[in-house]
Design a protein around this ligand. Structure first.
Ligand SMILES: *Cc1c(COP(=O)(O)O)cnc(C)c1O
Length: 302
């Protein structure tokens, strides 16, 4: 069993809270928030689920070092640094782009948790799955357990499949944001027969995500589940882009419910959920779960 070497208090199962909102009542749908943002203060939401079995595999294979990839504000990179610190792994972050001096808050946090950073220029970063690029990193840093960008692999999908069974109220639909699709792949695999999942792409041109989700499900469980789909109309111009309409939604949501939303993923997903509700896409009586995959301070306001 995987044991932390330092205090690691994960709030699991994460809480489920019903959201009361006139817009939902008008359409006779219920919305429950699955608060994965509360799992751990240092690990952005769903990242614990995605890393848990990767850590176990790394330990089992005798590795003491984790290496992974991410952008300069990657939630995943910080999560790997934090879990490495708690579970006694050295961590190396291969960051896309130029050296950042001084470090931004995200990379600063990663190094404060012991992560060593190395920088890959954009063309090398694009080839990060090539054996050649990986071999160069191994020459530089010695042996490591490789966690892919965003943490999405079969083990991550298996970890995320544990989310739906934690919810003990009945529900019909579960919604989450998609970056690499690993979370959606896992959640959809963890549903009962009548339930379905909807992913909301945080990327513009995220149509490739459907193939990724299907592939990840096959890698994790041998087949795709066919009970999910992806909405592509709520990326607000693309990854880490925002506009006044999204900002207004975030402000109004905070005023009504006292909850600040992460704008890179979570607010776009919830905006989409409300848009589908308003568009009459859910039968009266439908119970929807929206997964709050991370906290508001995941991403800095530009
Ligand atoms: C990483 C992340 C996601 C995306 O998860 P994928 O499994 O890559 O699709 C969604 N929300 C938050 C807050 C994240 O940090």
């Amino acid at each position: 069993m995987l044991q932390p070497v330092r205090g690691f208090d994960a709030e699991l199962p994460s809480p489920v809270e019903e959201l009361h909102d006139a817009a939902l009542a008008r359409h006779d749908v219920r919305l429950l928030l699955k608060r994965d943002d509360l799992i751990h203060p240092e690990i952005p939401g769903n990242k614990w689920r995605k890393l848990k079995y990767n850590l176990a595999a790394a330990r089992e294979e005798g590795h003491s070092t984790l290496l992974t990839f991410g952008g300069a504000y990657s939630n995943h990179l910080r999560a790997v640094a934090a879990v490495g610190h708690s579970f006694g792994f050295n961590t190396i972050g291969a960051v896309r782009g130029e050296d950042h001096a001084p470090l931004n808050w995200s990379l600063g946090f990663a190094t404060s948790r012991g992560m060593r950073l190395t920088y890959l220029d954009r063309s090398t970063y694009r080839r990060k799955r090539d054996p050649e690029v990986i071999a160069t990193l191994q020459q530089q840093f010695g042996p490591f357990f490789l966690v892919p960008e965003g943490g999405s692999n079969a083990l991550a999908v298996q970890g995320c499949a544990e989310l739906p069974p934690e919810i003990d109220t009945g529900f019909d639909v579960i919604c989450c944001a998609c970056g690499t699709g690993g979370t959606l792949a896992g959640i959809a695999s963890g549903l009962h027969e009548q339930q379905r999942a909807i992913g909301f792409s945080a990327l513009k041109g995220g149509q490739f995500l459907a193939g990724e989700v299907a592939k990840l499900q096959r890698q994790a469980f041998g087949s795709t589940s066919g009970n999910w789909r992806i909405e592509y109309d709520f990326s607000f111009g693309g990854f880490a882009k925002r506009n006044p309409e999204l900002d207004r939604f975030i402000q109004e949501f905070k005023d009504r419910h006292g909850l600040s939303l992460d704008w890179v993923y979570v607010a776009k997903m919830l905006y989409g959920v409300f848009a589908l509700v308003e568009g009459g896409q859910f039968e009266p009586g439908t119970a929807i779960v929206a997964v709050i995959t991370g906290p508001a301070d995941c991403a800095p306001t530009p």
